[in-house]
Structures are given as structure tokens and as C-alpha cells.
Design a protein around this ligand. Structure first.
Ligand code: ZN
Length: 348
């Protein structure tokens, strides 16, 4: 990096621009669903440190895991909710195409790596301290003193889970309590660059505060809690319609590979049967005696497709959704992921 450009200042600048963009887009589609907390990483020597309090959502849900598929179509990054958010037994065409491609050529496997299901966690947080706010003048763009949706990687979830599951020493429910609760001291440093020269965030120093505190009280607390988002609504907003799936599958030229399963399980039963006969009442329960084209028996790997959690695919594009959404790397390689999947296919 040239001495003429200051990386830290740039990160702050980029964060501010992102917030402006977010503001402009508010009210439109999923981008505008909620104000997001998108912490950026510091350096190995100087991690960026944030203080946040996790809060239950409007339905009392503490945080939620969700599945998504994220890949580039030309220049634009598609980020779509996996159908398995509705239940692991549900059919998802992108999980389906992933399984098929993993059994193909090296190129197909690479494509499968792009399409495969990934997971992430989401919860409400009240931002108590964000070091980037110091350089932001307009109070409206500051993160602190506001409730945000935070989409976090498995490494952060591990820290939360530890407090929840450690019955002896964990803080338990108190990590979600705005009063007499414990804040997360989120520390994001930088790992050594990986083989692709990509630097991943390092959450190792993240911990919970040792002392209980209250983020606010009385009317101020009521006001804060009224800013929370519904996690169910958030995940719902990531989902796309069967028609949108179909269009995207076609534009990716993989529609034919999953056509039968897709139309049968998601696209609407009638789509395949109404060609030669007048349309009947809308989709009834599946009746195997109807004249449905035979479905090839394919290994249905749906529920066994490994999810790799946070590790990024070894593609030119790290999993980054939009901007500085930081993704943790636990160092597993694309190769070992392929091996794991192939091994599970063999076990069928
Ligand atoms: Zn899926």
C-alpha cells in the first residue's frame, strides 16, 4: 500500500459511504429492511473494538441461524435465502444443483462451490460503542446508541453459545438482557494473509464484559427496545419466489439439470401436467398416479449437504455480501470440502 493512502481512513470513509447508501435504499427491498451493524476489521496490531449488547427480537427470539446462497452473476452478487430456511426437508433448487455439480468435472465442482449453501447468524444488537463513529460527523450515520441487525459468522456465534451452554460459568440469559446484562466486546483483528493473499478477520480476542451493566433505563430503554427487528421477517425477506428461482436457474443455465425436481417440488405440480390437458384446480396434494413424468432417482442429499459455516470459498470472490460483511475463515480448504462431500456421496 502506498504511503499516500491511509487504509484506516479509507475504511472509515467506505463505511460512511455504505451507511449513506443504506440510508438511500431504506424502504426498498431487503437492503432497506433494517439498519445493519457491519463492523469492519482492524489490523493484527490494532484490532477494532466494538461494544454491543445482544437483544432478543420482537418475538423474543435471541438469534437465528439462516441459510443462503450467494454467488456472482456477472458483476452483480446474488444473495438469496435457501428454501431450507423453511425446513431442512424442503426442496431447494440451489442445494439440488450443488449436489449434481459436485459429481461432475473439476469445473462443475468449482461451480458447485459457488452455489453451495452457506450459513450465517443474525440477531439484534444495541451498539454501545463503535470506534468508527469518532470520524463520522453526522449523528444520523453513527452506529452507536442504536439498534441494528447484526449478521455474524460462526466464530462469534461460538462465543455466544458458550455463555448459553456453560451452565456453571456462562452468563446465560444475561447476555441478552439490556438491564443487568453483559455486553460483547467484539474485537476484530486481522489474520495473516492466506494463500490467495486475502486477509481474514480475527475474532479471537472477542469476549464478554466482566461486569454487568444497563444500556439504559425507563423511557429511554423502552425507546431502544422499540427499535428492534423481527428476525423472522428478516429471513422471510431473503426468500425469493419460485418464478424468480426459475429465472435465475435459467440465466445460470442449470435449469434443465434440476427442472423435474424443481417443478415438482417447488415450481408447482401443474406446470408439468397441464401441457396436454386443461388446467385443473390449483395444485392438489401429490398423487403418484397422475400422469407425472417419471422422476429419475437421484441421491437426495438435501439434508446432508455439508454446510461449511464461515469458511470462505476459494473463489476470486470472498463471501462478502455487499460490503464489509466480514467472514471468518477457519482455514478449511475448498479441496477438503470437496472431499467431504464426495465422501458423503459415496456413503449413500
Ligand atoms: Zn438451498
Amino acid at each position: 500500500m502506498s504511503k499516500w493512502v491511509d487504509e484506516e481512513k479509507y475504511n472509515d470513509f467506505a463505511g460512511k459511504k455504505e451507511q449513506e447508501k443504506e440510508k438511500q435504499e431504506s424502504g426498498e427491498g431487503q437492503q432497506g429492511f433494517a439498519k445493519k451493524f457491519r463492523p469492519s476489521m482492524g489490523s493484527a496490531e490494532k484490532p477494532k473494538e466494538y461494544e454491543i449488547r445482544f437483544l432478543p427480537d420482537t418475538d423474543g427470539i435471541f438469534y437465528e441461524e439462516y441459510f443462503y446462497h450467494g454467488f456472482y452473476v456477472g458483476e452483480s452478487f446474488k444473495f438469496i435465502g435457501c428454501e431450507k430456511n423453511k425446513g431442512l426437508d424442503k426442496y431447494c433448487p440451489w442445494c439440488g444443483i450443488t449436489q449434481i455439480l459436485y459429481q461432475g468435472s473439476a469445473n462443475d465442482k468449482k461451480k458447485a462451490g459457488d452455489y453451495k449453501r452457506k450459513n450465517r447468524y443474525v440477531g439484534n444488537v444495541y451498539v454501545i460503542d463503535d470506534p468508527r463513529d469518532a470520524t463520522i460527523e453526522n449523528p444520523e450515520y453513527k452506529n452507536s446508541k442504536s439498534v441494528r441487525l447484526y449478521e455474524f459468522p460462526a466464530t462469534v456465534e461460538t462465543k455466544l453459545k458458550k455463555e448459553v451452554t456453560d451452565n456453571k460459568n456462562g452468563y446465560g440469559l444475561a447476555v441478552f438482557d439490556p438491564e443487568n446484562g453483559y455486553s460483547m466486546l467484539l474485537s476484530i483483528g486481522a489474520k495473516k494473509a492466506d494463500a490467495n493473499k486475502k486477509v481474514w478477520p480475527d475474532y479471537d480476542q472477542t469476549m464478554f464484559a466482566r461486569r454487568q451493566s444497563s444500556i439504559a433505563d425507563g423511557a429511554e430503554l423502552e425507546e431502544i427496545m422499540a427499535q428492534r427487528y423481527s428476525l423472522g421477517d428478516f429471513i422471510e425477506a431473503l426468500m425469493i419466489t419460485p418464478d424468480a428461482h426459475r429465472e435465475l436457474l435459467k440465466s445460470e443455465m442449470v435449469y434443465e439439470d434440476v427442472e423435474r425436481d424443481f417443478e415438482l417440488k417447488l415450481g408447482g405440480f401443474n406446470k408439468l401436467t397441464t401441457k396436454d390437458e386443461p388446467a385443473k384446480e390449483p395444485a392438489k396434494a401429490f398423487d403418484p398416479n397422475q400422469n407425472v413424468p417419471p422422476v429419475e432417482s437421484k441421491p437426495d442429499m438435501g439434508d446432508d449437504t455439508p454446510t461449511y459455516g464461515a469458511p470462505p470459498p476459494k473463489t476470486p470472490y470472498p463471501i462478502q455480501y455487499g460490503d464489509d460483511m466480514v467472514v471468518d475463515s477457519t482455514g478449511s480448504s475448498a479441496l477438503s470440502e470437496d472431499d467431504a462431500l464426495l465422501a458423503s456421496l459415496r456413503d449413500l
